[in-house]
Design a protein around this ligand. Structure first.
Ligand code: FAD
Ligand code: ZN
Length: 478
């Protein structure tokens, strides 16, 4: 196939020829490129873009220089597992998708500095293993870890199930290498924990969803590898009891709670109904559950298991916990996690859902949950509220499934309105309308309603300063 035959109508053949000169085999033809132009659920598709897969920072820089010269939009892409449409160009946009998948080298591991230097295209799970081989922990962990890339994780400031103890992706970064919007390479790959030499520029690119530059490599923080874990699945009196238990567990274990995930009964039921091999950890039915993982990093802490069990025992005595199963084996712990990790899959079995990824202060979760539930049901009686997730850090996936029997199209037509009901409630509780998934294109139109004018104006100034031509992932975030 000739180069010109690969070019979408509105990308000049000469431009595509120069792209090919820059990346060689890294320029995909339309058949090979197709998977990179479709969002993984098929929600968004680009028809008019080309895909390049550069193999080095210099190749990324050359691609960006060419795009800047020709004013062609660039859409950076990692594992394409994002949930807000940030990694796919708009349908008719004549853009260049820059997929980082071939930049997947671990450049260095420095166990004494508790750090590793990695390229943006490394798969998250591979990096977890790299750390483990060095007797260290890289704690970022989320459902898509087998296919998402660290560059995508950093660009969305991903959260996941260990934020309570280790922080978001943003908190796990010491340094970055970034290709700026004019093709300049910024080498900020410093492995320092202290560096007060001016503005902390890396923070601009973390969570920027590819709108300010392309992250090509990062220095990541490592931690001592946990020596032991206690994974428990508990039935709770109510959501208030969940928060009380969280507080008690944090202090009883010297703040070693890594994960504290909440599931209401209807979410456990979804997993039981739709996911093969899932069993109810309890012999009776309860309304509220939590999956709690406490990890011990000290080599010696003889009382560790006892501290966890004593805290749970006291919570049973006080009526916060109605039943508790502490995993007796890795297989049982894996089964508890399977319930939690299967939520996205199980949700599909319940028909269409209107999703929200929200955060409120941890202390306000119970009141928010009740208030929001009341408002959603006032608008749509019989709606099924599947609100679950990372209550340990204040983040709920507050999904609304259609009332049984309701026509899917009629239900989905209410999406904007239901989003408004939930997000207005979130705002009243001083919360966020995107806790961990980002804004992308999905929440872009809503952002001005919930961000202050001053904050939005500052964001626009940053965007104009770093991407004056407006070619970096245009139409995403702001
Ligand atoms: P992509 O989807 O490819 O891109 C995401 C955004 O980042 C896009 O705007 C893209 O342009 C930009 N981008 C990608 N790479 C770069 C780069 N190198 N430089 C600059 N910009 C770039 N997210 C959570 O936070 N917590 C969860 O618990 C979680 N669970 C999930 C579970 C499942 C089953 C799935 C499918 C997704 C889940 N996600 C979760 C969402 C998603 O996995 C994360 O947002 C992830 O960080 C995206 O990484 P990616 O490599 O797939 O990025
Ligand atoms: Zn999540």
């Amino acid at each position: 196939m000739t180069v010109a035959a690969r070019a979408p109508a509105s990308l000049a053949p000469d431009f595509v020829r120069r792209l090919e000169a820059a990346v060689g085999r890294g320029l995909l033809d339309s058949a090979d490129g197709a998977p990179y132009l479709t969002e993984w659920r098929g929600l968004w598709r680009a028809k008019n873009a080309v895909v390049v897969r550069p193999a080095s920072t210099e190749e990324v820089a050359e691609v960006v220089r060419l795009c800047a010269e020709a004013l062609v939009p660039i859409v950076p892409q990692g594992g394409n597992t994002g949930l807000t449409g940030g990694s796919i160009p708009y349908e008719d946009e004549a853009a260049v998708v820059v997929n980082l998948g071939r930049m997947n080298r671990v450049r260095a591991v420095d166990p004494l500095n508790y750090a590793m230097t990695v390229e943006a295209g490394c798969i998250l799970q591979t990096l977890q293993r790299t750390a483990e081989e060095a007797d260290r922990l890289f704690p970022l962990s989320l459902g898509a870890e087998g296919s998402c890339q660290i560059g995508g994780n950093l660009s969305t400031n991903a959260g996941g199930v260990a934020v309570l103890k280790y922080g978001n992706a943003r908190d796990l970064v010491l340094g970055l290498e970034v290709v700026l919007a004019d093709g300049t390479i910024w080498d900020g790959l410093r492995g320092l924990r202290k560096d007060n030499t001016g503005y902390d520029l890396k923070q601009l690119f973390l969570g920027a969803e590819g709108t300010l530059g392309i992250i090509t490599a990062a220095v990541l923080k490592l931690f001592p590898k946990p020596r032991d874990k206690r994974t428990s699945f508990v039935a709770l009196r109510d959501l208030d009891a969940a928060i009380e238990l969280l507080v008690r567990m944090r202090s009883a274990t010297g703040d070693q709670v890594a994960s504290f995930e909440y599931l209401p009964r209807n979410c456990l039921q979804m997993a039981l109904d739709h996911i093969p091999g899932v069993a109810d950890p309890m012999s009776r039915v309860y309304d509220h559950y939590a999956l709690i993982e406490v990890s011990r990093t000290a080599d010696e802490d003889a009382g560790f298991a006892e501290h966890v069990e004593a805290a749970l025992g006291k919570a049973v005595e006080d009526g916060l916990v109605l039943d508790a199963a502490v995993a007796q084996s890795q297989a049982q712990a894996a089964m508890f996690w399977k319930i939690r990790d299967s939520m996205a899959e199980a949700q599909k079995g319940e028909g269409p859902a209107i999703r929200h990824d929200i955060a409120v202060p941890v202390s306000r979760i119970p009141a928010f949950y009740r208030e929001c539930r009341g408002r959603v049901l006032a608008r749509l009686p019989e709606a099924r509220i599947h609100g679950f997730g990372h209550v340990g850090d204040g983040n709920l996936h507050y999904n609304i499934a259609a009332p049984r029997g309701m026509d899917s199209q009629a239900f989905l037509a209410l999406m904007g309105e239901i989003n408004g009901v939930v997000h207005d409630c979130v705002a009243e509780y001083q919360g966020s309308i995107s806790a961990e998934h980002g804004i992308g294109r999905l929440r872009r139109a809503e952002l001005p309603r919930y961000k202050g004018a001053v904050e939005l104006a500052l964001m626009r100034k940053v965007k104009a300063a770093l991407d004056p031509l407006g070619i970096m992932n245009p139409g995403k975030v702001i």
